[in-house]
Design a protein around this ligand. Structure first.
Ligand SMILES: Nc1nc2c(ncn2[C@@H]2O[C@H](COP(=O)(O)OP(=O)(O)OP(=O)(O)O)[C@@H](O)[C@H]2O)c(=O)[nH]1
Ligand SMILES: [Mg+2]
Length: 397
């Protein structure tokens, strides 16, 4: 029996939609998108996360017999620690992050966890976090003089400035503790006496995810390969939150030219090809930065004269409070200016997410993220990806 014409037409359309959807689902998920000068998106380069990703080059230190056992006094661990600034109220979020990092990496290497807080940790927090690892766990309060708002900051001016930032849609403008946190993460955490004997740290925030098994000691990788800083995600910042950070940096440089590294990444910092509007609003800074909720780094760099001088200059200028300078752009600018760019490493093999962005490589060692997907938020968030800039000026090492 022949079907009526309208039913056949409907079946045809349904078939076409079905084929279209199948094609969409099986299409490669990620292209690094970049905005044109007019802000529209175009395909720039293929996302390297789509290419098969293995481990970085040897030498790599691995677990053999009991060399990384938690209680081994002669273990192969170096003076490095996992480090987390966290509030008591974020217990469930930090447990989630701990479970992921322990499962993928630290249950093998047993590096200690160090928790920092501006108020004492509760017994509940200590008990639950200690139970989440077999490694050593330490809890530290931040000295008042490291957390308090510095004496030269004027409270009325802070409130007035926060009003202006808020009008420009800067998040957390009025939240004083957020400004304190950014300042501490920029220039004070590594001065905590508990860290005096430590050189490397891996910063971990609540509610982040780790997706890939990592089978080598990442801290020894940093040491053996002469790396200062490791990142996973590179983003554009909100220019309104840092309008005078670059001009202030230029003032600093004018008086401290000797601090500039010979093989620096200033071109990456100054790029204005990809997002000219950002460069314009940030007065000469691309706003590209390593997303510092993930950092594996060498504190000797923060402890260097160049960085100390730079942080003191910025701190005196007041932008941690009168604007919302974040530790991410501050760290990134310092690295881009004062460090040899070959010493910054993209940990492409460490699958990571802090809402709403991912680093998800193409590797059988990863579970739970979509290869090459940069965000699971709105599509426009793809243009916040600044990795193409880093790859352009520096490379993928
Ligand atoms: N102890 C303590 N930790 C804080 C405070 N403010 C922020 N933190 C921690 O500092 C880190 C960054 O703060 P977040 O609130 O996550 O800031 P963010 O990542 O910019 O913002 P989200 O996108 O909301 O995650 C997290 O590890 C927080 O737990 C504070 O006042 N006290
Ligand atoms: Mg966070």
């Amino acid at each position: 029996m022949a079907l009526p014409k309208s039913v056949r037409a409907l079946a045809g359309v349904t078939m076409l939609i079905f084929v279209y959807l199948v094609v969409q689902i099986f299409r490669a998920p990620g292209q690094i998108k970049g905005p044109d000068n007019d802000g529209s998106l175009d395909d720039m380069i293929r996302d390297p996360n789509l290419d098969a990703t293995g481990e970085p080059p040897e030498p790599l230190h691995r677990v053999e017999a009991n060399n990384y056992d938690p209680d081994n006094p002669n273990s192969n661990r170096i003076n490095a620690t996992l480090l987390s600034l966290v509030r008591n109220e974020e217990l469930s979020g930090i447990l989630q992050s701990m479970h992921d990092l322990e499962r993928t990496w630290n249950h093998k290497f047993n590096y200690p966890w160090m928790f920092f807080n501006d108020v004492p940790f509760t017994e509940e927090f200590k008990k639950a976090t200690s139970a989440a690892t077999k490694a050593k766990v330490y809890y530290h309060e931040i000295p008042k003089e490291h957390w308090e708002v510095p004496s030269w900051i004027n409270h009325d001016l802070f409130v007035e400035s926060a009003n202006i930032l808020q009008e420009q849609d800067v998040q957390y403008a009025h939240m004083l503790s957020y400004h304190q946190m950014c300042r501490w993460n920029s220039g004070l955490f590594y001065k905590h006496p508990a860290l005096a004997e430590y050189r490397y740290y891996w910063r971990v925030e609540p509610k982040v995810h780790f997706f890939c098994d990592v089978d080598y000691d990442v801290f020894r990788y940093m040491e053996d390969h002469n790396k200062t800083y490791g990142f996973t995600i590179n983003l554009y910042d909100s220019p309104q939150s840092i309008s005078t950070l670059w001009p202030e940096t230029m003032k600093f440089i004018a008086g401290h030219k000797g601090h500039l590294a010979e093989n620096n990444a200033i071109e990456w910092l100054k790029d204005k090809d990809r997002r000219p509007d950002h460069n314009f609003k940030a007065n000469g800074y691309s706003t590209c930065h390593f997303w510092s909720n993930f950092e594996i780094a060498d504190m000797n760099f923060w402890r260097s004269k160049a960085y100390e001088d730079y942080f003191d200059h910025l701190d005196r200028a007041g932008g941690f409070f009168y604007e919302r300078w974040g530790d991410a752009p501050v760290h990134s600018i310092a690295l881009g200016l004062f460090e040899d760019k070959s010493k910054v490493h993209w940990f492409r093999d460490i699958g990571y997410q802090h809402i709403p962005f991912f680093n998800c490589p193409n590797s059988g060692k990863c579970k739970g993220c979509v290869t090459g997907r940069f965000t699971d938020g709105e599509a426009w968030l793809n243009k916040e990806d600044c990795r193409p800039n880093w790859f352009k000026y520096v490379g993928m090492d």
